[in-house]
Design a protein around this ligand. Structure first.
Ligand code: FAD
Ligand code: PYC
Length: 415
């Protein structure tokens, strides 16, 4: 693997940066692996990376029906925070946020983690109390968040409309100073590069079309590039989880729905942090290129439309113009959608399944980008060693046993 360093960059500058090699191989799938991960999104790639790095499992493959990072991982708005309500959520999201802090060094790849701070506005008394409760829960779990006043909100982000005459005046906000953003493609590419360097085969354009089960044990996969034998499979396919798991006869408590986002034309820096205005269904940050990155609520009906729609655009832009009147004359450049995987309690599933050797990682819904490092690290432990210290509460059993991890408020985006 080419290592990035000041010296390597200087050396490659001499040849006008034309001599950098490919960052991962494009291997043919082998006929047998010790473990196979289905889905080369951030979670699948991170799982493969930690399986290889932490557990020495290198005869493994990641199978991807399209191109790596082309699912929700390359379509999200990159917000990273750990200000969830429940103890189990604080554990996995804060593990993840902490891993993001050192991820560029870990992967020797710049993921552009920017801990610029995330504020969730309180625009009704009820919302204020709910966020205050979250800040207390966070403090008990060692997650650094606090409530800030409307004056502090204005000081941190001057373009925010904090007028008391607004339809929903800003009463304060839940502020997480070490939360922020990262470059989504770089997270996928960095993990792919690290996994490939440790011998993991990342096979793109390889769709899984069947899961073989014999006597309750997974034994292989049928793919568009041939049959593969394996006794361990991790399904990590976000919005397509129900279809994949149905191939093994497992019914999943997942609904698939499009979540959309858009970006404006680039402008000079105006947004020093991330702002989420959940009452009016909008959130915004500014990318390093200067584009305002904007999103809102999920589509109101289940669907697989991986694209934008006018209804969502209008609803989201109306919310944002109300929150940031200064952006009303900006042109919007691009709009897109991704298919997110929603559970009833808005918490993920990282679990064994009734089929021996078959594991599933899904249900991150509208908020799984932030969780990629922690999810990959913990899911790899579950697959390699059966250890479920972090994953345990997120098992499939919880739906049968009524052990919900209710994060419908902390999930931020309306759905
Ligand atoms: P994906 O990245 O979707 O990867 C799954 C992969 O599986 C895909 O590449 C797909 O092609 C592949 N696959 C599917 N079926 C098969 C098959 N049969 N065979 C082989 N491969 C298959 N989260 C945040 O934390 N912060 C945010 O700001 C945020 N904003 C978002 C904004 C939008 C518009 C969207 C859509 C999502 C957002 N999210 C956000 C959520 C986040 O993007 C996802 O939770 C996360 O990326 C899920 O990653 P993944 O690896 O599980 O799934
Ligand atoms: O989970 O923080 C989040 C988020 C913001 C936008 C979409 N998801």
């Amino acid at each position: 693997m080419t290592r990035f360093s000041a010296f390597a960059i200087a050396r490659n500058a001499l040849s006008f940066h034309k001599d950098w090699g490919p960052h991962w191989r494009n291997p043919e799938p082998k006929r047998q692996y010790d473990a196979v991960i289905v889905g080369a999104g951030g979670h699948g790639l991170a799982t493969a990376y930690y399986l290889a790095k932490e557990h020495g499992l290198t005869n493994i493959a990641v199978l991807e029906k399209g191109w790596l990072g082309g699912g929700n991982t390359g379509r999200n708005t990159t917000i990273i925070r750990s200000n969830y309500l429940q103890d189990a959520s604080n554990a996995i999201y804060e593990l993840s946020r902490a891993l993001y802090e050192g991820l560029s060094q870990e992967l020797n790849y710049n993921v552009m983690f920017s801990p610029r701070g995330v504020m969730m506005l309180a625009q009704t008394e009820h919302e204020y109390r709910a966020l205050q409760r979250t800040s207390h829960a966070n403090r008990l779990n060692g997650v650094e968040t606090r409530m800030i006043t409307a004056d502090e909100v204005k000081r941190i982000c001057p373009i925010l409309n904090t007028s008391p005459n607004a339809r929903y005046p800003v009463l304060g906000a839940l502020w997480q100073p070490r939360a922020g953003t990262a470059r989504h493609d770089a997270v996928a590419w960095g993990y792919a590069r690290g996994a490939d360097a440790r011998g993991v085969d990342i096979v793109q354009n390889c769709e899984v079309t069947g899961i073989d089960v014999e006597n309750g044990q997974v034994t292989g996969l049928t793919t568009t590039r041939g049959h593969i034998r394996t006794r361990k499979v991790g399904v990590v396919v976000a919005g397509h989880t129900s279809q994949l798991m149905a191939m093994a006869g497992v019914r999943m408590p997942i609904e698939s729905v499009a979540l959309q986002a858009l970006v404006s034309e680039p402008i000079k820096p105006v947004m020093p942090c991330v702002v989420m205005a959940n009452t009016v269904h909008g959130y915004m940050s500014q990318s390093d290129k200067g584009e305002l990155v904007i999103g809102g609520g999920a589509d109101a009906y289940n669907n697989f439309n991986q694209r934008g729609s006018f209804t969502s655009l209008e609803h989201t832009v109306r919310a944002l113009v109300e929150t940031f009147p200064a952006i009303s004359r900006l042109r919007m450049l691009r709009q897109w959608g991704g298919i997110v995987d929603m559970t009833g309690d808005r918490s993920p599933i990282l679990s064994r399944t009734p089929v021996e050797g078959l594991y599933v990682n899904c249900g991150w819904g509208t908020g799984g980008f932030k969780a990629i490092p922690g999810s990959g690290f913990s899911f790899a432990r579950l697959i390699a060693r059966g250890e479920d210290d972090v994953c345990g509460p997120f098992s499939l059993d919880r739906f049968r046993e009524g052990r919900m991890i209710d994060e419908s408020v902390a999930a931020a985006v309306a759905h």
